[in-house]
Design a protein around this ligand. Structure first.
Ligand SMILES: [Mn+2]
Length: 443
């Protein structure tokens, strides 16, 4: 048997990221791009390993966009086999999810096994009830099993599934099954440390002898193991972290059970298939971590950002896709973060990139103040004034703008504090500060 299919996951249709309408369209475009590939390569079927939609309650346009892609496959007789992910599963009580709706409408086969004591029952999918654990395609020679998102009970469920699959071996052989695919919406622990509570590699091992291709979803970072476990990652960029994983996309898989040597790369321990990860078509998403350590004043920081903009914007200047740019300020800030002009930085990015969206996030930490120990005993009230002056000077000295006249500025701060405590008019205090700025900074 020769067959080919597309394995996609985490398309998150309907996600209007950052409230930008065009981002909504971007997620649909990335999905349609995979549909284009399915058509061009004339695959036999497509697998959606969960999170087709970004949320359970989608709007009409999201549904239309999904159907726009799915209908093209339906018209060409390419079956789509899907499972629910954590984002698009139905509410426990209201029953019907939008994926179930698409299933009713004949756009896809939604695999959803009946569970018994936490274990999936391996019954064939029934068009009447639209329930079941597997569907046979390719004239009954290829079987696709599916397990939707199971949350905290995933590991236990996988144990039961492996047992059930072992028991099914004989029936599979009698039925003439030559190739078994399993799709699940879960990932392997540790791929993205932030995502907790996923099954470990040891939990997956028992499945290995039962399936030829494990089509995973859920974790948006792509990975594959031992020629049988595959995770394509998200097709568009759902968060700035994902911009670092630029090999995300979807798989184009060829199967040949008669002459596997024709396609199989033995060094990758592949069995009857060869899987190629194709990059999804998505909008450029640039993330710049601007390390602020050692930058003594705001101007130094702006200069570094401008240097980045000048360097990186070259390749986007005349491109047709306006990028998203996210700047993260990280590290220990040497001066007071309150003086940073975020709007100015965003404007700078706009000038260079003409981005679809820009955001500058201040994730810096302030330097802790550790007084020089020794000379002044803070328990002695009579020296508090002197202690305060020292602290002011040390804090001021961190900012290059105030360093040259730190003593004078220390005196200014002390004066401002005492004026405020004596309830002087705010206008008078502001005027005093303006005068001192003119005198000490010349502005
Ligand atoms: Mn997802």
């Amino acid at each position: 048997m020769r067959a080919s299919f597309i394995h996609i996951a985490d398309t998150h249709l309907g996600y209007e990221q950052y409230g930008v309408r065009e981002r909504f369209n971007d997620f649909s475009r990335a999905f349609w791009d995979a549909i284009d590939t399915a058509e061009q390569r004339d695959v036999d079927f497509m697998v959606i390993a969960g999170d087709l939609f970004n949320k359970r309650a989608i709007d009409a346009l999201t549904l239309l966009h999904a159907i726009e892609g799915l209908r093209r496959l339906k018209d060409r007789g390419i079956p789509v086999i899907a499972i629910e992910g954590n984002h698009d599963r139905s509410y426990y009580r209201d029953g019907t999810s939008w994926l179930q709706f698409l299933c009713y409408q004949g756009y896809l086969i939604l695999l959803s096994p009946i569970m018994q004591d936490g274990t999936p029952v391996l019954a064939p999918w029934q068009p009447e009830t639209m329930q079941g654990a597997y569907v046979d395609v390719m004239g009954g020679r290829l079987r696709v099993y599916g397990l939707p998102w199971q949350g905290a009970s995933t590991a236990r469920c996988m144990e039961g599934l492996a047992e059930a699959l072992k028991m099914a071996r004989q029936e599979e052989a009698v039925s003439g099954i030559e190739y078994r695919l399993l799709t699940m919406h879960t990932g392997v622990e540790g791929i993205v440390p932030r995502i907790q509570g996923l099954p470990s590699m040891a939990h997956f091992q028992p499945l290995r002898e039962c399936v030829d291709y494990l089509a995973l979803g859920h974790v948006h970072k792509p990975y594959e193991f031992d020629g049988w476990m595959y995770n394509p990652g998200s097709t568009e960029t759902c968060g700035s972290e994902e911009s670092l994983w630029d090999d995300r996309g979807y798989y184009y898989v060829e199967i040949d059970t008669d002459t596997p040597e024709r396609i199989v790369d033995l060094s990758k321990k592949e069995r009857f298939h060869h899987a190629t990860r194709l990059l999804s078509k998505r909008r450029p998403y640039l993330r710049y971590d601007l390390h602020v350590d050692g930058l003594g004043e705001p101007d130094a920081l702006y200069a570094r950002l401008e240097e980045y903009c000048r360097r990186e914007s070259v390749s986007y200047r005349d491109g047709d896709a306006r990028p998203l740019v996210q700047v993260h300020l990280v590290g220990i800030l040497g001066f007071d973060g309150g003086v940073l002009d975020i709007a100015r930085m965003e404007e700078m990015v706009r000038t260079y990139f003409q981005p679809l969206y820009v955001r500058v996030d201040n994730n810096t930490n302030d330097q802790d103040y550790v007084p020089d120990d020794g000379d002044i005993d803070g328990r002695d009230r009579s020296v508090w004034h002197e202690l305060e002056r020292q602290i002011f000077e040390e804090l001021l000295a961190r900012d290059n703008r105030y360093l040259p006249a730190k003593e004078q500025w220390g005196a200014v701060l002390a004066q401002l504090k005492s004026d405020a405590l004596q309830k002087m008019l705010p206008e008078a205090i502001a005027q005093y500060l303006r005068d001192k700025r003119r005198e000490l900074l010349g502005i």
